[in-house]
Ligand binder design. Structure first.
Ligand code: BYC
Length: 316
């Protein structure tokens, strides 16, 4: 087959919604885009463990601690599926970690904000995992098979995470005035960064158009953001909390909520590494990697020894 006919075959599969699998021919740019998106997604899961991990030892009850611990462990699992999916595209795990540690690879802006109170665990589950689900459900139909399949399980777990966050918010919002105040304060701090998670507006998104054509992305950044706003406003009403946007208003004609302007300068500043916790998050990841060196060395030594023992036994 010529490159031209490989391309034609690939295009046909994309147009016919047939999954692309690791051994199939694919254009270089498709491969690169997938490595970029899947690895950023994997890094986000792993870095995303840090703001919540910060509260495991301070959870207000044994039940809350067990639930939060399970959630944070799930995020590690998501990172591992996603790193494995990225590896099927011909990049190694070491290269992926190197890109994270050197600052070359991005991870979600949301995880560069601090978790100041227990209510932040509620707000993260409700809003951050809620936004993640909105973004990831369409990714279950992504054209790349391994990524789409990983997303199915990730989404099931994220929906448990979203509920646990909402339940924390519900408890606080119906608790003492001080607890309700904490919940409102968390919503005030996490609302806008959650909207930024969906990425820049469509007009400024360099990757959306091509990713939609390749059926990697099924909905645009703005479409997903709007869907998230529409469902979340109703959830805030049930909590009796106020979304910190004075321009938020139901638009009968559009059948959607209109909302105020997002501070995109803040978003790009965080993406460029200047958010409140960027340095702390990366330093923590790099330290964890360095501290784990002896484990990797021991595992390699063990594997070498086994290999040598097997070779001796075979020779005997
Ligand atoms: N933060 O052209 P665009 C989770 C970058 S983890 C930082 O629209 P694209 C969870 C973007 O990479 C949630 N950077 O890009 C874990 C691009 O730069 P490059 C993570 C961002 O890829 C633990 C540039 O801006 N979810 O759920 O078409 C606990 C222009 O953007 C961000 C995923 O990763 C951002 N928010 O669309 C709880 C989902 N947004 O790469 C929860 C998978 C944009 O050209 N990823 N940028 O240098 C996606 O769906 C897409 O990659 C995005 C961006 C919608 C995020």
């Amino acid at each position: 087959m010529t490159v031209h006919s490989f391309q034609e075959h690939f295009d046909k599969k994309i147009d016919g919604d047939v999954a692309i699998e690791p051994r199939d021919w694919m254009p270089d740019d498709y491969r690169k885009t997938l490595i970029r998106q899947i690895s950023q997604h994997a890094h986000s899961e792993i870095v995303g463990m840090l703001p919540e991990g910060n509260w495991i030892s301070r959870a207000p009850s044994l039940r809350r601690k067990a639930v939060l611990l399970a959630k944070v462990q799930d995020e590690a699992g998501h990172g591992l599926y996603l790193y494995s999916a990225a590896e099927t595209l011909g990049i190694t795990r070491d290269e992926l970690y190197e890109q994270l540690h050197s600052g070359k690879a991005k991870y979600s802006s949301i995880f560069n904000y601090p978790t100041l109170t227990w209510a932040d665990m509620g707000a993260i589950g409700w809003l951050v995992d809620g936004a993640a689900i909105m973004n990831q459900v369409p990714l279950c139909r992504c054209s790349y098979g391994p990524y789409a399949r990983a997303m199915v399980r990730v989404c099931k777990e994220e929906s448990f995470h979203q509920r646990q966050g909402y339940e924390i918010m519900l408890t606080l919002a119906n608790g003492a005035p001080m607890q309700k105040k904490m919940a409102q304060d968390a919503l005030d701090r996490w609302w806008w960064p959650s909207l930024m998670m969906f990425g820049p507006p469509d007009a400024e998104s360099g990757n959306t158009e091509q990713s939609m054509r390749w059926r990697i992305k099924r909905l645009t950044n703005d479409e997903l953001r709007q869907k998230f706003i529409d469902v979340t406003v109703e959830q805030a009403n049930i909590l009796g909390l106020t979304i910190p946007d004075k321009d938020l208003k139901w638009n009968e004609e559009r059948g959607h909520y209109d909302s105020g302007a997002i501070n995109w300068d803040e978003f790009w500043n965080v993406v460029k590494g200047n958010g409140p916790c960027n340095k702390q998050r990366l330093d923590t990841r790099k330290k964890a990697w360095a501290d784990g060196q002896w484990v990797r060395d021991a595992a390699m030594a063990h594997a070498e020894k086994r290999k040598a023992r097997k070779a001796t036994a075979k020779a005997a």
